[in-house]
Ligand binder design. Structure first.
Ligand code: ATP
Length: 434
């Protein structure tokens, strides 16, 4: 894609997200706060569908997974043991003239500032953890960090989970939650934020089995991406070279996505060996082998915000065949923030309005929740509005409805219409949800 086209697409996506209430800039009324975003009503629904689908596939439908919802603030000893206090840093350079800071490994010209042309200083290691104070003391004993990953909340509850549920190897623990990183240059919309959300699994195995489970989770990750509707022709697996591996990892595969701003990381899969459990001095009594062992770990790690972006970009479509270009988000029904929109053909006909509200909208809303009602403007405009937010079906109550108890259902992707009995609407939607 040419550079201009790429920027154009991102601009369209960012502006659609704002205009239709998916995503707003954080603290916008005060000029914003870099690297933070607020999800509006529709964005929140999409996030919810992403997280629910993940939890269902990787946790609640399985017998070998245990959820955890750890506190974001943890004893600093966790981050000392995990290596984050000493090593969770990116190389940073500062411009001697304008004082702007850049990620040293992401700039093309290592000498000159890209913004003002000033001279760049020597790279320094910059720790990305946010520090704060807990309680009334202001000495170092009160330092706590906002967690930069959810993984350590899992490891630090390994013993609690083993003691409470007595799981047999192999088994996993999973968590969805916020993570915070003081990124030097947050950028590319929600791709690189300072506050974001992760979905992580630590899967505990015997050392001899790690390769088998690494491959298994690689397949499971691909399956889930495809299942929610990420365009798999844009997903690429990258075997991370040994010299680029994170301090804890013995093998990592990054799943990269073709974003409009380049091919960049979407999710990661790492073999962490027994690095974390060893550092936290945690063990497991392997009854089968009759000995104490330190299990090894396979870690599938997902960013919720990057999943959102990849899904949104995969769903984004423009149809230019008509008089006016038509934008539609081709979400799978189960992921769409709104499943169906109900309309009376005309809003000044009380008999249509009453039918639409009482006999169609109210029962569907009670059953599915994600149902909208729209009687503004003409039908064509209503369709456009729903297309733009990815609503799969528009249901219209017209004069025939009053005598035949049928409605017109218009399909988002094809624009085709069919007549369906009001009593069959719930079945119609349910059948298409899976
Ligand atoms: P990157 O190289 O892009 O900084 P990373 O390799 O440091 O990412 P991990 O530490 O592996 O990322 O984090 C796991 C996942 O969390 C990533 O695959 C990504 O989906 C998500 N993630 C990491 N950093 C951010 C961020 N700043 N904003 C949004 N999502 C993030």
């Amino acid at each position: 894609m040419a550079k201009e086209k790429e920027n154009e697409l991102m601009e369209k996506v960012v502006s659609l997200c704002k205009r239709r209430g998916f995503i707003f800039q954080g603290s916008e009324i005060y000029g914003g706060l870099a690297g933070t975003f607020d999800y509006g009503d529709l964005g929140g629904e999409l996030l919810h569908n992403i997280k629910n689908s993940w939890w269902k596939k990787f946790v609640s439908s399985r017998r070998d997974m245990y959820g955890i919802r750890a506190a974001i603030l943890m004893n600093s000893k966790v981050w000392e043991a995990s290596g984050h206090v000493a090593g969770f840093a990116d190389p940073m350079v500062e411009c001697e003239k304008c004082k702007r800071r850049f990620r040293a490994d992401q700039i093309e010209d290592k000498e000159k500032c890209a913004e003002c042309g000033g001279k760049l200083g020597e790279p320094k290691q910059f720790n990305m953890m946010f520090k704060t104070q807990i309680g009334a003391m202001e000495d170092s004993s009160a330092t706590v960090y906002l967690r930069p990953e959810t993984a350590q909340g899992i490891f630090s509850n390994f013993k609690n989970t083993v003691d409470a549920y007595h799981p047999k190897l192999p088994f996993g623990m999973a968590q969805i939650g916020k993570a915070f990183r003081n990124e030097i240059t947050p950028r590319d919309f929600i791709f690189r934020c300072r506050e974001f959300e992760q979905m992580e699994i630590e899967y505990f195995v015997r050392e001899a089995d790690w390769q088998k489970y690494f491959e298994y989770f690689k397949d499971q990750m691909n399956e889930w991406m495809e299942d929610i509707g990420i365009d798999m022709s844009k997903v690429h697996e990258l075997e991370v070279a040994p010299e680029d591996l994170a301090h804890y990892s013995k093998r990592t595969v990054d799943f990269e996505f073709d974003y409009p701003f380049g091919k960049k990381e979407l999710f990661g899969l790492a073999y962490r060996g027994n690095f974390d459990l060893t550092n936290h001095k945690l063990e497991y009594v392997d009854e089968e082998a009759g000995e104490k062992i330190t299990p090894h770990v396979i870690e599938p790690s997902f960013g919720v915000d990057r999943a959102f972006l990849a899904l949104f970009l995969s769903a984004y479509n423009e149809d230019t065949s008509g008089e006016e270009p038509r934008v539609f988000l081709k979400f799978k029904p189960k992921m769409a923030p709104i499943l169906a929109c109900v309309s009376p053909l005309l809003k000044n006909k009380p008999e249509l309005v009453e039918y639409a509200e009482m006999k169609v909208f109210t029962p569907l809303k009670a059953e599915f929740g994600r149902i909208a009602y729209d009687d503004n403007g003409n039908i064509g405009k209503r369709y456009r509005r729903q297309d733009e937010i990815g609503t799969p079906w528009c249901i219209v109550v017209d004069f025939d409805t009053l005598t035949d108890d049928s409605v017109t259902i218009r399909d988002r992707d094809t624009g085709t219409q069919e007549r369906v009995k009001v009593s069959d609407l719930s079945k119609f939607i349910k059948e298409r949800l899976d």
